[in-house]
Design a protein around this ligand. Structure first.
Ligand SMILES: [Zn+2]
Length: 288
């Protein structure tokens, strides 16, 4: 069974905002490129094909890099254009952001993105208009509803499902003594034990479900973000980050991985996805 290895292709500050003084994306180009090189090398060594949820702004800034990601056989999907929270954008500006990103990605690599991931898991604060927009703009799947209560809501599902005609591939969460944590990426993937991470993915697979992993280029790059960083940013950025490349290499040898599109096709060939009318939206979402 294929699991999903995904990369959110963006700069440092975008993962870690709100930052009082974000470093411009153009100034982060070398660090982003170093992360891309490292991830392409890690994937290439184990013949893993990944899905790169690419920011339109990165595709505009570094079209050649996006082109070589696609040329290496990976899937290029969309992470929106400017990394704005979708619930703040609202229905109209969300579509504009989606289209701008799509144009930049297509111009860079010639492929139209079929999958989307919302910046900072903000889709949970959107509303029914979110899935309507994705479906109408031609997106087959989304990977944005995070079942970790701190990032999404307690009621969000852990399994692949379908909302208003769009497949949803939730990121992998792991239950720990302190509750659900992000296990397929972020600080969870960099701090939880390997046994816990692998065990959760294998348990999902045993129940017929795929596991979704995600990383960012800055997590595997040696180049540090220049300038002053707030303490919280420094902690998130640096905690156990040195182990991530080795951990990924090990996971690539232990679990089968594929692109989100390939894993979804395989999952749907086994059994239809459960259809739900609406996900468990966050209570604090704005009413558009
Ligand atoms: Zn992001």
């Amino acid at each position: 069974m294929l699991n999903v290895f995904s990369v959110d292709l963006e700069g440092w500050y975008q993962s870690l905002s709100p930052d009082p003084a974000p470093v411009p994306l153009a100034a982060q180009r070398d660090g982003i490129r170093e992360g891309i090189d490292r991830l392409l090398e890690l994937c290439g060594r184990r013949n893993v094909k990944a899905t790169w949820f690419t920011l339109g702004a990165v595709a505009e800034l570094m079209p050649e890099d996006v082109k070589r990601i696609a040329a290496a056989g990976h899937e290029v999907a969309s992470h929106g254009h400017a990394h704005d929270d979708v619930h703040v954008l609202g229905p109209e500006r969300f579509r504009e952001d989606l289209r701008r990103a799509q144009g930049a990605i297509e111009a860079a690599c010639g492929a139209r993105p079929r999958g989307y991931r919302s910046p900072k898991w903000s889709a949970g604060r959107a509303g029914p208009w979110y899935f309507d927009a994705l479906r109408q703009e031609g997106y087959a799947y989304d990977s944005s509803l995070n079942p970790v209560p701190m990032l999404g809501t307690r009621g969000m599902r852990h399994d692949a499902h379908r909302v208003a005609g769009v497949a949803e591939l939730p990121p992998m969460a792991v239950r720990t003594m302190v509750g659900w944590l992000p296990g397929g990426g972020s600080i969870g993937l960099r701090t939880l034990t390997h046994r816990v991470i692998l065990g959760r993915a294998r348990a999902l697979n045993a129940s017929g479900e795929l596991a979704v992993f995600w990383v960012h280029p800055w997590e595997v790059a040696q180049r540090r973000l220049a300038g002053r960083m707030p303490l919280a940013t420094r902690l998130v950025c640096n905690t156990a980050r040195v182990d991530l490349a080795a951990r990924l290499d090990r996971l690539f040898g232990e679990l089968p991985f594929g692109t989100a599109a390939a894993a979804l096709a395989e999952r749907e060939a086994r059994a239809p996805l459960p259809e739900i009318a609406e996900p468990a939206w966050r209570e604090d979402r704005p009413r558009w």
